[in-house]
Design a protein. Structure first.
Length: 386
C-alpha cells in the first residue's frame, strides 16, 4: 500500500515553484487593480472637465469706483494766531485832595456817570473863608492908607516947588507910600493863596466817565493825597495784549478781537518799544471800533492772520492716516488709476483740514471717499465729480 505522506525531500522541491506561482498571481492581481484605477481616474477627470466646460465662465470682477479730488498746490498758508489780553479804559484816575482837611460832602456814588468838570466832593472851608475875610479887610485898610500916602506925596511935591517944605519930608512920604504898596502886594499874595486853597478844597471830574470806587462816606479828616474816588473813562475802551517779537507789526494795523464770544474790529493805537521782562512780549494797545458795550477787565483775544510761505496742499483731516515711524500718509491714485500711498509732512492743522507737504507726480489725485474699500496697487475707477 503506497504511503500518502509526502516526504521532506519532495516538499523542499515543490516550495520554490509554489512561491513563484503565488507571486505571479499577486502581480497579475495588482496590475489589474492599477489598470482599473487608472481607467477610473481617466474617465473621472474627463467627466469633470466635461462638466466644467459645460458651466459658463464668471464675469470679470468690477473695478471699485472711488471719489477723487485734484491735488492743488499752493505757495503759502495763513495761520490764525491768537493772543490773550484784557479790556481796559483809555483813561482811569484815583482822585484825592491836595490839602489836608475835613470832608464836607461827597456828591457822587459808585456807578454814577459824570461830565467833565462836574463837582465830585468838597472839604470844609470855613477856616479858609475866615482867613479870606481877614486878608480882604486888611487889604482894604492898607489900600486906604496907600491912598492917603499918595496924596501926601503929591502935596509935598507941590510945597517943595514953592519952598514951603524940605526934601526930607517928601522923601519920607514917598517911603511910606512904597511901604504901603509892598504891604498891598503881600496881602494880594495871601488872598491868592487862600483863594487857591479854597479852590483845591473841591474835586472836579478830570474827564467824562463813570465812578468805579468810593473810599469815603463823608465827615472824615483826610490827609493830602488820601484816595477819595476812583473813576474811568467809558468812551472807546482799549485792549491791552502782549505781542511776541516774531509778529510783524504791519499785521496789527487792523485786527479782529474776540470778547465774550463776539468779534470786534480794532485799530492799533500804540505798540510799546520796550519788552515786558516777565512775558518777553511787546505791549500793544488796540482801540475797539464803535465803542462796544464791554466790561473793563474782560478777557480779550486778538486774531492775527500771519501768512507763511511754503509749498503744499490742503487736505481734509479725515483722510490723513498715521503710517510707520510716525509718518502721515494719504491714499492717492496715480495717472494709471492705481492706488498708491503717499507720505506727507503736516505743516499746519486747523479744525477740519491740514496743510501738508509731499511728492505728488503729475496726474495724481486724492481719494476723497471710499479709501477704506481699496488697497495699495488696486486699480480703481474715478466716480462722478472727480
Amino acid at each position: 500500500m503506497p504511503n500518502s505522506a509526502t516526504s521532506p525531500s519532495e516538499t523542499t522541491k515543490k516550495s520554490p515553484f509554489s512561491r513563484m506561482l503565488r507571486g505571479a498571481a499577486r502581480l497579475g492581481l495588482t496590475a489589474s487593480i492599477m489598470t482599473i484605477a487608472a481607467a477610473a481616474v481617466y474617465f473621472g477627470a474627463a467627466e469633470l472637465m466635461r462638466r466644467a466646460n459645460a458651466v459658463p465662465a464668471p464675469d470679470a470682477a468690477a473695478v471699485t469706483p472711488v471719489s477723487v479730488t485734484p491735488i492743488k498746490s499752493e505757495s503759502a498758508y495763513t495761520v490764525d494766531r491768537v493772543f490773550i489780553g484784557q479790556v481796559e479804559p483809555q483813561r482811569s484816575a484815583d482822585v484825592s485832595f491836595e490839602l489836608n482837611g475835613t470832608l464836607d460832602q461827597i456828591l457822587v456814588d459808585e456807578g454814577d456817570e459824570v461830565a467833565l468838570g462836574q463837582l465830585l466832593a468838597t472839604l470844609d472851608t470855613a477856616l479858609l473863608e475866615v482867613e479870606l475875610d481877614r486878608l480882604t479887610a486888611s487889604r482894604d485898610a492898607v489900600a486906604a492908607q496907600l491912598n492917603f500916602a499918595k496924596k501926601t506925596v503929591e502935596r509935598n511935591a507941590k510945597l517943595i516947588e514953592r519952598g514951603f517944605t524940605s526934601q526930607a519930608r517928601l522923601d519920607e512920604a514917598v517911603a511910606q507910600q512904597d511901604e504901603l504898596l509892598s504891604r498891598i502886594g503881600e496881602l494880594d499874595a495871601g488872598l491868592r493863596d487862600v483863594t487857591v486853597r479854597i479852590e483845591k478844597s473841591s474835586i472836579e471830574a478830570p474827564f467824562p466817565g463813570q465812578i468805579t470806587t468810593r473810599h469815603v462816606d463823608g465827615g472824615e479828616t483826610l490827609r493830602s493825597g488820601e484816595l477819595v474816588l476812583g473813576m474811568v473813562e467809558i468812551v472807546s475802551p482799549q485792549v491791552r495784549i502782549g505781542i511776541p517779537l516774531d509778529v510783524d507789526p504791519s499785521l496789527l494795523s487792523d485786527v479782529e478781537i474776540e470778547i465774550a464770544g463776539k468779534s470786534y474790529r480794532a485799530d492799533l493805537a500804540t505798540l510799546r518799544p520796550d519788552i515786558d521782562p516777565v512775558t518777553r512780549t511787546r505791549t500793544a494797545l488796540f482801540d475797539l471800533k464803535g465803542g462796544p458795550d464791554v466790561a473793563f477787565g474782560q478777557t480779550a483775544r486778538v486774531h492775527v492772520l500771519d501768512t507763511i510761505a511754503s509749498i503744499g496742499t490742503w487736505v481734509p483731516t479725515t483722510l490723513l492716516k498715521e503710517g510707520t515711524r510716525g509718518q502721515w500718509t494719504l491714499m492717492v491714485a496715480d495717472a494709471q488709476k492705481t492706488v498708491r500711498l503717499a507720505s506727507v509732512e503736516v505743516l499746519h492743522a486747523e479744525d477740519n483740514r491740514v496743510f501738508v507737504r509731499g511728492e505728488f507726480p503729475d496726474g495724481t489725485v486724492l481719494i476723497g471717499q471710499g479709501p477704506q474699500r481699496v488697497t495699495v496697487g488696486q486699480r480703481v475707477a474715478f466716480g462722478t465729480g472727480d
